[in-house]
Ligand binder design. Structure first.
Ligand code: FES
Ligand code: FES
Length: 160
């Protein structure tokens, strides 16, 4: 049975009419017009659909909307804008840390979750945090560099 489910999406109170078992990824892309989170495997295995739910990384392809009432959801669209990009987005652009870009929305979400909890990660910690995210273009080294660059800039900003 369809019902109204309300949550916070990228800082805005949002309601959708949906079956409880509808998947968040389908609601984001099909109802809300947010195409940043992508369909990759559909099985929770690749990270292309990653979003934050109450600050934790979640696979939108495996998350039922009925479980999200009252939760805070952040998608890649909520990180920054072209005019005011998040430091991660700016660093990825600057270092051209991407090729086809299919994986990048999810990787940016994973990196944000990492830096929110650990502003000065080691390279090993970055690799471990992003291990779930598959990238078939092989941009891993640049991704690691971009996350480290963003972290350094954010620490500088925080200390300024
Ligand atoms: S599409 Fe969700 S984890 Fe792969
Ligand atoms: S940049 Fe193409 S899959 Fe990662």
């Amino acid at each position: 049975m369809r019902q109204t489910i309300q949550f916070t999406l990228n800082g805005l109170t949002t309601s959708v009419e949906a079956e409880e078992s509808d998947l968040l990824l389908d609601v984001l892309r099909g109802q809300l017009g947010l195409f940043g989170a992508r369909f990759g495997c559909g099985a929770g295995q690749c990270g292309a659909c990653a979003v934050l739910v109450d600050g934790k990384v979640a696979a939108a392809c495996h998350t039922e909307i009925g479980a999200l009432a009252g939760k805070r959801i952040v998608t890649v669209e909520g990180l920054g804008t072209p005019e005011a990009p998040h430091p991660l987005q700016a660093a990825f652009l600057e270092l051209q840390a991407g090729q086809c870009g299919y994986c990048l929305s999810g990787i940016l979400i994973g990196a944000k979750a990492l830096l929110d909890g650990n502003p000065d990660p080691t390279r090993a910690e970055i690799a471990r945090a992003l291990d779930w995210h598959l990238c078939r273009c092989g941009v891993h080294n640049r991704v690691m560099d971009a996350v480290a660059l963003a972290a350094a800039r954010m620490r500088e900003g925080a200390g300024a």
